[in-house]
Design a protein around this ligand. Sequence first.
Ligand SMILES: Nc1nc2c(ncn2[C@@H]2O[C@H](COP(=O)(O)OP(=O)(O)OP(=O)(O)O)[C@@H](O)[C@H]2O)c(=O)[nH]1
Ligand SMILES: [Mg+2]
Length: 518
Amino acid sequence: MWTLRAAVRRGLPLLRAACSFREVLAPAPQDRCVRALSTFGGKNPDKSRLLSGSGGEAIARKGWKEEGEEEDETGVEDEEVEELLLEREPLLPQGAQRVFLLHPDVKWGAKKQTLTRAELQVAEAKTLVHTLLNWSVEETMIVSTKTPDKKLVFGKGNFELLTEKIRGSPQITSVFLNVERMSPLTKKELEAAWGVEVFDRFTIVLHIFRCNAKTKEAKLQIALAEIPLLRSNLKNEVAHLDQQGGGSRYIMGSGETFLQIQQRVLKEKEIKIKKALEKLKKRRHLLRSQRKKRELPIISIMGYTNCGKTTLIKALTGDAAIQPRDQLFATLDITAHSGSLPSHMTVVYVDTIGFLSQLPHDLIESFSATLEDVAHSDVIIHVRDISHPETDLQKASVLSVLKNLNLPNQLLDSIIEVHNKVDLVESYESTEPNAITISALLGHGLEKLKAEIESAVLKATGKKLLTLNIKLEGAQLSWLYKEATVQEVDVIPENGTANVKVIISNSAYGKYRKLFPI
Ligand SMILES: Nc1nc2c(ncn2[C@@H]2O[C@H](COP(=O)(O)OP(=O)(O)OP(=O)(O)O)[C@@H](O)[C@H]2O)c(=O)[nH]1
Ligand SMILES: [Mg+2]
């Protein structure tokens, strides 16, 4: 039988040995990756693009780069960090899986979901499963429970029925229990009862995140989000070892028990990741202040996952390098892309991570650092997929996340709501008067949207867009070049004047009027 001492003799990293004995015996496969999929209604046709390799293709390219900015954007040259990122266990089994999707529906009490319905959660869970290469949903069941926090999640009667059902269905290879997190003990008990592996939402989303993260920062954030999972797995594995007479004993010569060593290793890992992230955060602050210095207005594009944020940025900037994908969480790295508005004002569009109702907490927390940048933008665009059957619930869930980001009120008031994918809905009429209706894919409605963005930017930055008639002989033009942003100069040779289009702050315009009265 395999023992701890044997693992140490074989030179296995302790953390790995502690966290996943099964994988030590059967070497861990690489993370498999995710595939492109259609949206819930199956309306987007492009299902054919399959991703391969460990991380899929790189899509997070920047259309707009800061001075001295590296493609990798991190500036952290730390071999230890690289090692940390490589050292990870696979979260899901290899090969095709036919999943039994089981949704515990809490009918009453404090745990009852208010924002979202069981059907929406099931539809989302299905999409998550379909995002995984070679995974399919064999059967779906919504089963009510009054005891979601109990070890076996369901009441006795329902649990017995479920066990009979799963045991009697050899075609089912695993169960996706659609809860945010399941304790290691619950997982163990359910797997023992049902005879197949059982996964929760956190593990599935984490796996998709791992596959889609491109930059070092996103990867580190995911590694940080995994620490609590490793910690609870560790406790479980040590309890298992104890049964065999191992985990809590002192390791000879070390003065520590196996559990203590592993906890220390995890703590050290956590500290290292946090330090590396701190370095990256400082660098982001630097980039932000450079951006501010250049006075380029920043527009953050936010919205539910798969609503079309990246497609919209591609349409607004004409950046051919951007490749939107029909996939949940395609964008995990915040990227900036420059574009210009009708007055030729240059702005920066920031692509952000998409939201999901009940996105596991640890993941939200780990990504909140990147979402901090949103607070420094001038305008927010909230993109909605109005072809989605649950578009209203998606909106509510995005707004509730935005509220929790502690954004300044002025910024919250500046939100432009965009109704995307109108091409998928016959004769769509918005019931919200201020929303702008577009098809990012077909390029419909973009001019109106750009005009709206421009007026929001001018309002947010306290600037005006004016056309001033100036004398070419005087000092007006050079003054305007110095104190404002000149967009266009239209010379009228007949009278020696020019019409000059400028973006100018209120205070500079006041000075201009004093210096050059009409
Ligand atoms: N029919 C139609 N499809 C669209 C439209 N906009 C986006 N899509 C499709 O929707 C899918 C998702 O688009 P993305 O731009 O990647 O969505 P996203 O919001 O960036 O998604 P995440 O980064 O995963 O959160 C892609 O297949 C797009 O082609 C649209 O206006 N009409
Ligand atoms: Mg995207």
